[in-house]
Design a protein around this ligand. Structure first.
Ligand SMILES: Nc1ncnc2c1ncn2[C@@H]1O[C@H](COP(=O)(O)OP(=O)(O)OP(=O)(O)O)[C@@H](O)[C@H]1O
Length: 305
């Protein structure tokens, strides 16, 4: 099936500051794509470009095959978005906001549905000036979902939400994705997207440094064991002699899952007493930091200029 969103070779500078370098990716129908990167990586800039809100220097953006730019917004009627802060009118109620933004048939039913899906019943008839940060965030998310878009773009949607609201939002995103809606969702916390994203784009300093599935990302971090022995020095030497790769950590020696049998064989044959072998919980944030710190993130791709 053709991608709903195609971003191809986007470059963007603010004055002399280049903030995006040759950014390319696609969002397929029914897929949830997580855009992850540290503060200032360029996530919001990508989203604003996709929404035709700011110009870009080079490359192309198409939604449903139709180009999007600051002067071409034709397909944006199929897109729902929450970028940075939700636009709130303090003297309107939440429901009045939704009535204002609803378009097309069955407005009342659609408003009811989104209010229910996001658990907004208790405050939807109060004026927005009395809303907490999380309530405002929910109202912004509700607006993004309201007109049954084919593509939803959410910039840091978990900001300000309590754990119950995060779960409601995750469930809603997954249900909509199963029904064919596509998502581009940013976060600076990779684990926030763990349960919801199908694909992950890692952005650092304006470059996409990794593009993978969330499944591969989670498993990449999961395949590690921590080995504790009576003699770490002898262990390192024996495994080194057997050409088995190890990583050292403050907790002990880390080995890859696929080397476990070989490691045990070598340690037994070397008479090294094994005290403990533990499966190390995957840690998405450290995989992310490793990626960022590996040099990939800071380097300017030679082809990117
Ligand atoms: N209007 C602007 N003028 C000048 N520089 C800008 C502008 N908007 C963004 N930038 C710069 O572009 C870079 C990317 O910003 P962007 O907001 O896209 O990052 P981000 O990944 O969304 O960060 P955060 O997680 O903090 O929201 C930053 O260095 C930022 O200072």
């Amino acid at each position: 099936m053709a991608a709903i969103l195609t971003v191809d070779g986007i470059h963007k500078s603010f004055g002399s500051h280049q903030v995006l370098r040759k950014v390319s990716f696609t969002v397929e129908p029914g897929h949830v794509v997580g855009l992850v990167g540290p503060n200032g990586a360029g996530k919001s800039t990508i989203m604003k470009i996709v929404l035709g809100l700011i110009p870009y220097d080079r490359g192309s953006v198409t939604i449903d095959g139709v180009p999007v730019s600051i002067t071409s917004h034709r397909t944006l009627g199929r897109v729902g978005a929450l970028i940075e802060y939700p636009g709130i009118y303090p003297f309107l109620t939440g429901r009045q906001h939704l009535q204002l933004f609803a378009q097309g048939a069955n407005k009342k039913q659609r408003i009811q549905a989104v209010v229910h899906d996001l658990g907004m019943e208790k405050f939807i008839n109060n004026k927005a000036k009395r809303y907490s940060l999380g309530m405002k965030q929910k109202l912004g998310i509700a607006q993004a979902f309201l007109n049954e878009p084919a593509l939803v773009i959410l910039d840091e949607p978990m900001n300000g939400l309590d754990p119950e609201a995060v779960k409601q939002l995750r469930d809603l995103i997954r249900a909509k994705a199963d029904a064919g809606v596509s998502f581009l969702i940013s976060s600076h916390i990779l684990s926030e997207l763990e349960k919801v994203a199908d694909d992950v784009l890692m952005l650092n300093k304006g470059l996409i440094v990794e593009q993978t599935t969330m499944h591969a990302m989670v498993n990449q971090g999961a395949e590690v064991y921590l080995v504790r022995t009576a003699d770490d020095q002898a262990t390192k030497q024996a495994l080194g002699n057997a050409s088995i790769p190890i990583m050292e950590s403050p907790q002990g020696i880390l080995i890859n899952h696929e080397d476990l049998n070989d490691v045990l064989r070598v340690l037994v044959m070397s008479n090294i007493h094994v005290e403990d072998i533990a499966h190390v919980q995957h840690d998405l944030e450290s995989s992310f930091l490793d990626m960022i710190n590996s040099g990939k993130g800071g380097a300017v791709d030679a082809n990117a200029r």
